[in-house]
Ligand binder design. Structure first.
Ligand SMILES: C=C(O[C@H]1C=CC=C(C(=O)O)[C@@H]1O)C(=O)O
Length: 403
């Protein structure tokens, strides 16, 4: 079996290293449970971002002298990146099992938890915004895609255990589960916890990968209906247009930095436990290996999987119509080592957790031909994995939210 890789930053003493076993996962740990690897970082200290610095500048400054970085990029490029320098971090082969995170007790305190669910905006208001995007697209044909999201606020009657939530989310082997400590606004611990199926960018030496997804269908527990949903998605011209926008944007952005760039398998159906997606694996060889995984992530983010095309026009419309703060949802989470290698995932199917409160976000790509009712249902389907992990029945949650 491959040995776990345990890295220590230079300022760390041997004693401190011994005190922090690589497999210890605290609620404040940074954790990524990937398809073939689990990354755990402890003793994370935020790297201050220079006021008003561009994302590219923040990222290149953060990398100076760092043995490793972990963290999150917010959805909005103009906001400070949340990059952390760990005192100890480990890359462990394979997926952590539930046992590594302790007993799967989601909400401490026994009894059945009581949740209050609020949809912000309501499903009806979300559909109205989708219809408005479609109307604007008719007048502005250059606006080809806009990803519109909505949020659910869940208030539980006791604190959520983030490790138990992570362990439940990590049960889906097709998704990368993550838990990222966020800056606290009121002294309370705040975390971004989720299970994303989408790889923004990965770099190992000169080899570079990205796996954009766009185009979605809800899975069914009935095998015949599940197969039908997949076949309809594969045949949908609306979904293939929606998907192509992401792949084209990523290829265009990466082309100047790569000496080889291709999509060897073309577009394929990809599945998580609850969703079908269209996915295209992009592989490349970098011209310049001083370009780190974090710099590549900053170059690509936000792709049309979470924003739209053209990027600036779509971002403006999102800011005008969504009416809620995306925070770190639709940003990126990941790690980067001293050599520049690393993995950055699109922060999807996630929630910001603090105490007993969770903010969930889900979005859908709108292109000419989209249907407001179907897009609303797609966002509901994308909430399902997180609701299930929190122990909520989807139908009851939406009924409670009158959504
Ligand atoms: C924006 C989300 O999903 C993106 C990733 C895959 C498929 C998508 C879609 O079909 O719209 C979205 O682009 C989300 O899950 O909130």
């Amino acid at each position: 079996m491959t040995k776990a890789l345990v890295m220590k930053t230079p300022e760390m003493t041997g004693d401190e290293a011994g005190a922090v076993a690589p497999s210890v996962v605290a609620p404040s740990s940074f954790v990524l449970v990937g398809v073939g690897e689990t990354v755990v970082a402890n003793g994370c200290r935020p790297i201050p971002a220079a006021a008003g610095a561009s994302l590219a500048r923040q990222v290149s400054e953060a990398l100076v002298g760092a043995a490793a970085l972990v963290g999150a990029l917010p959805y909005e490029r103009a906001r400070p990146a949340h990059l952390l320098r760990p005192t100890e971090w480990s890359r462990l082969p394979g997926r952590f099992t539930a046992r590594a995170f302790g007993p799967p007790v989601l909400l401490r305190g026994g009894d059945t938890p009581h949740w209050q669910v609020t949809a912000e905006p309501s499903l009806a208001a979300y559909r109205t915004s989708v219809a408005e995007v479609l109307r604007r697209m008719e007048n502005r044909p250059e606006l080809r895609k806009v990803v519109l999201s909505r949020a659910l606020r869940l208030s539980g009657d006791r604190p959520i255990d983030p490790r138990a939530l992570l362990s439940r989310l990590a049960e889906d082997p097709a998704a990368t589960a993550f838990s990222v400590p966020l800056p606290s606004t009121d002294g309370a611990t705040r975390l971004l916890v989720g299970a994303t199926p989408e790889l923004l960018v990965s770099r190992r030496g000169e080899a570079m990968f990205s796996h954009p997804l766009a185009g979605s269908a809800r899975r069914s527990s009935d095998p015949a209906r599940d197969r039908e949903a997949a076949e309809n998605l594969a045949a949908s011209t609306k979904d293939s247009r929606e998907h192509r926008e992401v792949v084209t944007a990523i290829l265009d952005l990466l082309a100047p930095y790569c000496r080889e760039l291709s999509t060897p398998e073309g577009t394929q159906l990809v599945s998580t436990a609850s969703m079908w997606h269209l996915g295209t694996r992009i592989v490349g060889r970098l011209r310049d290996t001083t370009l780190s995984s974090l710099e590549l992530a900053a170059l690509l983010h936000p792709t049309p999987a979470v924003c739209g095309t053209p990027r600036d026009a779509a971002a403006e419309l999102i800011a005008e119509l969504e009416g809620h703060d995306r925070g770190f949802y639709a940003g990126a989470v990941g790690w980067c080592d001293a050599a520049g290698d690393g993995d950055w995932h699109v922060a999807l199917r996630c929630a910001e957790i603090s105490g007993g409160e969770a903010w969930l976000h889900a979005g859908a790509g709108i292109v000419p031909g989209s249907d407001p009712v179907a897009e609303g249902e797609e966002t509901a389907a994308k909430f399902a994995a997180m609701l299930r992990a929190l122990g909520l029945d989807e139908a009851i949650a939406f009924e409670g939210a009158a959504a």
